[in-house]
Ligand binder design. Structure first.
Ligand SMILES: *[C@@H]1O[C@H](CO)[C@@H](O)[C@H](O)[C@H]1NC(C)=O
Ligand SMILES: *[C@@H]1O[C@H](CO)[C@@H](O)[C@H](O)[C@H]1NC(C)=O
Ligand SMILES: *[C@@H]1O[C@H](CO)[C@@H](O)[C@H](O)[C@H]1NC(C)=O
Ligand SMILES: *[C@@H]1O[C@H](CO)[C@@H](O)[C@H](O)[C@H]1NC(C)=O
Ligand SMILES: *[C@@H]1O[C@H](CO)[C@@H](O)[C@H](O)[C@H]1NC(C)=O
Ligand SMILES: *[C@@H]1O[C@H](CO)[C@@H](O)[C@H](O)[C@H]1NC(C)=O
Ligand SMILES: *[C@@H]1O[C@H](CO)[C@@H](O)[C@H](O)[C@H]1NC(C)=O
Length: 531
């Protein structure tokens, strides 16, 4: 990888996660009897108005080190990073960490096609350790099977990690592209006439034909002089990340909205000719900002628009190590008045605790009008009522991981793999033994209860039932079955959704207790005691 890329990426994206797995301390991660290969981050959840919180699952992509350069692939074993779904109480629903080979995954979301079919989309970041130097976009169906890959254009070095948005009823995808290009720097530097820049842009891809239907790059539509990132001295060798695009959206008119972190501005781009229709913020704002400012913002989206005004939302990070306009991060809803070219805030939702996100993050307007904030650090998330009231917040139990963005969606997951079951028997003898059954079904959302059976010569015999509890459910039953057992998953109506493979019970009967035998000698310190 180019040296410039290494420098820029490590500067921008390295988070201060505590890599304490190497120390053997993983108390901040969940572990499961049925799936020892999965270690999901634990959430700490605080409910303020639980009755008001919308139903839905959380979609996050925990990672520690954005391009996993400083840690060998094996470092993340067991599977911890990649796309994850949690329920509204913070219980794991699906870990895609093993399926994604522990590769960092960004912008993981669910999408429902108009015919009701559900899909998942995500950006798989490049990873040198897994021999994947470019990364890609992926679309999965609701059984977690890969359906389509969106390759990075051949002109770019990597698939940009920030945005993969399915639009037009899922028929097209929008994503960011960054090209390395030579640019005229005479207005910026007395030392250098020309140098390498990262030319930010985006593409719209028709997913049915594979054709790129729109392609745009900021330079030279946007002047390099709009950047607030100082030109590096070594511009001759290194590529200047002067704009740093981090979101793209499209409206019903066919125009686009792109946010640039290092220009502190949001641009509306014509879908007809690529011209910049307006700028909000930064050095050359077309709108006068009334009583507010913002910097290092993320995730600009249209809320509504007409000929007279447009309303957009975005996350005002408030700055970073270089710039600071606010000491806390907030979700902003801004109305742009096109008659007098003024902009004012219609809603501000401050990050709970007035905390500051120096990088990353997003906000999502839920169908109910609630706002779901993804504050990135430790995967801090929050849900707010339409008036901004804080309804709940949650974050990972440790600083090990961040998530680039976080979303809340309804989703129905129907994994193709069967439920995983394990059973262990303990006791002095088979009559008094106790058997403990564990079951989980990674990604299954519809399971309401589990029925455990023993196989026999005739019909299977029910051992017991248990209501589903979180990712893994446990049933303790009397007795021991010397033969095969299996479990069935039932939905809320009692319909069978799937069954595990038939398995043997692992028996510890007569082993759990060390029964002393007459005549045996037992070592006790240095002396020997005859029993
Ligand atoms: C639903 O629509 C998607 C495209 O959006 C299509 O690929 C899929 O086959 C459709 N499913 C059904 C059941 O019609
Ligand atoms: C998902 O795709 C796999 C194969 O690609 C298919 O077997 C499975 O039925 C699909 N699941 C759904 C819910 O469409
Ligand atoms: C440099 O500045 C001049 C004067 O503002 C302008 O005309 C010219 O287009 C600029 N050049 C570049 C490459 O931006
Ligand atoms: C804008 O940002 C500056 C810091 O650069 C701050 O001092 C000022 O109060 C902000 N103005 C408003 C209106 O928020
Ligand atoms: C941030 O907080 C510091 C210390 O309280 C204060 O001096 C500074 O003005 C604040 N900055 C902004 C932009 O509000
Ligand atoms: C611009 O017009 C809107 C009404 O359309 C008004 O609320 C706002 O105060 C005006 N702003 C300025 C700066 O005149
Ligand atoms: C999920 O569906 C329920 C019932 O239709 C709805 O009330 C809720 O707002 C939806 N949640 C999300 C996040 O869309």
């Amino acid at each position: 990888m180019a040296a410039w890329l290494t420098v820029v990426l490590s500067l921008l994206h390295f988070c201060n996660a505590a890599f304490d797995l190497a120390m053997g301390d993983d108390g901040d991660l969940e572990s499961f009897v049925t799936r020892p290969e999965l270690k999901a981050p634990k959430f700490r959840v605080t409910m303020y108005e639980p009755d008001e919180v919308d139903r839905g699952y959380w979609f996050v992509g925990p990672y520690g080190d954005i391009y996993q350069k400083d840690h060998a692939a094996k470092y993340y074993q067991a599977c911890q990073t990649g796309p994850h779904i949690f329920d509204g109480d913070g219980n794991l629903v699906w870990s895609g960490a093993c399926q994604f080979r522990n590769q960092n995954t960004c912008d993981f979301r669910a999408y429902e096609a108009p015919n009701g079919t559900s899909y998942l989309s995500a950006i798989v970041n490049f990873n040198v350790h897994t021999n994947d130097p470019v990364g890609r976009g992926v679309i999965m169906n609701s059984s977690y099977n890969f359906q389509q890959t969106i390759e990075a254009p051949p002109t770019v070095d990597i698939f940009n990690m920030h945005e993969l948005k399915l639009i037009d009823d899922g028929k097209a995808a929008l994503y960011i592209t960054v090209l390395s290009e030579r640019a005229d720097l005479t207005n910026l530097s007395s030392q250098h006439r020309a140098g390498w820049i990262q030319n930010p842009g985006f593409e719209e891809l028709d997913l049915e034909t594979g054709e790129v239907t729109f392609r745009w790059h900021a330079y030279p539509h946007v002047s390099l002089e709009e950047s607030t990132l100082p030109l590096a001295d070594d511009i001759k060798e290194n590529t200047w990340n002067w704009f740093h695009p981090n979101s793209v959206d499209k409206n019903a008119d066919g125009d686009y909205l792109i946010s640039g972190r290092y220009v502190d501005a949001i641009y509306k781009v014509s879908g007809r000719d690529g011209s910049v229709l307006w700028r909000l913020g930064g050095k050359r704002s077309d709108f006068a900002l009334q009583g507010f400012n913002f910097s290092r913002q993320h995730d600009a989206q249209w809320i509504d628009f007409n000929d007279d005004y447009e309303t957009i939302s975005f996350l005002d990070n408030g700055g970073d190590e270089v710039v600071r306009t606010s000491n806390y991060t907030s979700a902003l809803f801004v109305r742009l008045d096109k008659k007098n070219m003024s902009a004012h805030v219609t809603k501000r939702i401050v990050r709970p605790g007035e905390r500051f996100s120096g990088a990353r993050g997003n906000l999502q307007r839920l169908p109910s009008g609630h706002v779901f904030g993804g504050w990135s650090e430790n995967c801090h998330i929050s849900e707010h009522a339409t008036d901004g009231r804080l309804l709940m917040e949650a974050e990972f139990a440790s600083k090990r991981f961040v998530t680039y963005r976080a979303y809340k969606f309804n989703f129905t997951g129907q994994p193709q793999e069967p439920p995983a079951m394990k059973a262990f028997a303990y006791g002095l003898d088979e009559e008094s033994a106790v058997t403990v059954y564990y079951v989980s079904w990674n990604g299954a959302t519809e399971v309401s209860s589990w029925n455990f059976y023993r196989e026999g010569s005739g019909d299977a015999v029910l051992i017991g039932s248990a209501a589903r509890t979180g990712f893994e459910t446990r049933l303790q039953a009397r007795g021991y079955v010397d033969g095969k057992v299996f479990v069935e998953a039932l939905d809320v109506h009692g319909l069978v959704l799937g069954r595990s493979l038939s398995t043997d019970i692992t028996s510890y009967i007569d082993q759990a207790v060390q029964k002393p035998r007459v005549g045996a000698s037992v070592a006790k310190g240095a002396e020997k005691t005859e029993l």
